[in-house]
Design a protein around this ligand. Structure first.
Ligand SMILES: [Cu+2]
Length: 175
């Protein structure tokens, strides 16, 4: 038995229709790929963000400090403080099953939101706006937010995080 070379063209050559469909699929892939950076700049959907590693206990400490240093303007129905930040940095901590603290922000002022979780992964969704971010433990995720409309904006968790996930709420009040 010997090994012999296959015939020169042993495969079925690609026909015209297949070439057209592969080209169309490739163009579609490239369009959707470049839409991501394009929409980051032109659309208002994707936020620019920074993220840093942080120990959950340290994030909790920074949130407590943020609450202490902010002006307390009220209390929510379930006893959480409503705070008005004095600076541009805002800490919002997610835990099973609430967001702390409730915030009162100034319309037109730019804030740096620090988001993190002290237990499992949560999602932060600001209603009724179409704004969603992942809230992940061990990461200080920083997004820049400038409220442009006044009113009350409830925050819901959009990542299933446990038994009382449906009751996990927060609040942003813009004045
Ligand atoms: Cu949650």
């Amino acid at each position: 038995m010997s090994i012999s070379a296959p015939e020169r063209v042993w495969w079925t050559p690609v026909d015209k229709d297949e070439k057209i469909w592969v080209t169309i699929a490739l163009i579609f892939c490239l369009v959707t790929f470049f839409m991501m950076p394009f929409y980051h700049v032109v659309g208002k959907q994707n936020t620019s963000s920074e993220s840093y590693r942080i120990d959950p206990a340290e994030f909790e400490k920074r949130t407590e400090l943020f609450i202490q240093q902010s002006e307390k303007v009220g209390e929510t129905a379930n006893g959480l403080p409503i705070v008005k930040p004095r600076g541009e940095d805002v800490y919002l901590l997610a835990r099973q099953f609430q967001f702390e603290p409730a915030l009162q922000l100034e319309k037109g002022k730019t804030y740096r939101f620090h988001l993190s979780s002290v237990d499992v992964q949560h999602g932060m969704s600001i209603l009724p706006l179409n704004m969603n971010w992942m809230v992940i433990p061990e990461y200080d995720y920083i997004v820049t937010i400038t409220p442009t409309t006044s009113g009350e904006f409830p925050i819901v968790c959009n990542e299933f995080c446990g038994a009382a996930h449906h009751a996990m709420l927060g609040m942003i009040i813009v004045k």
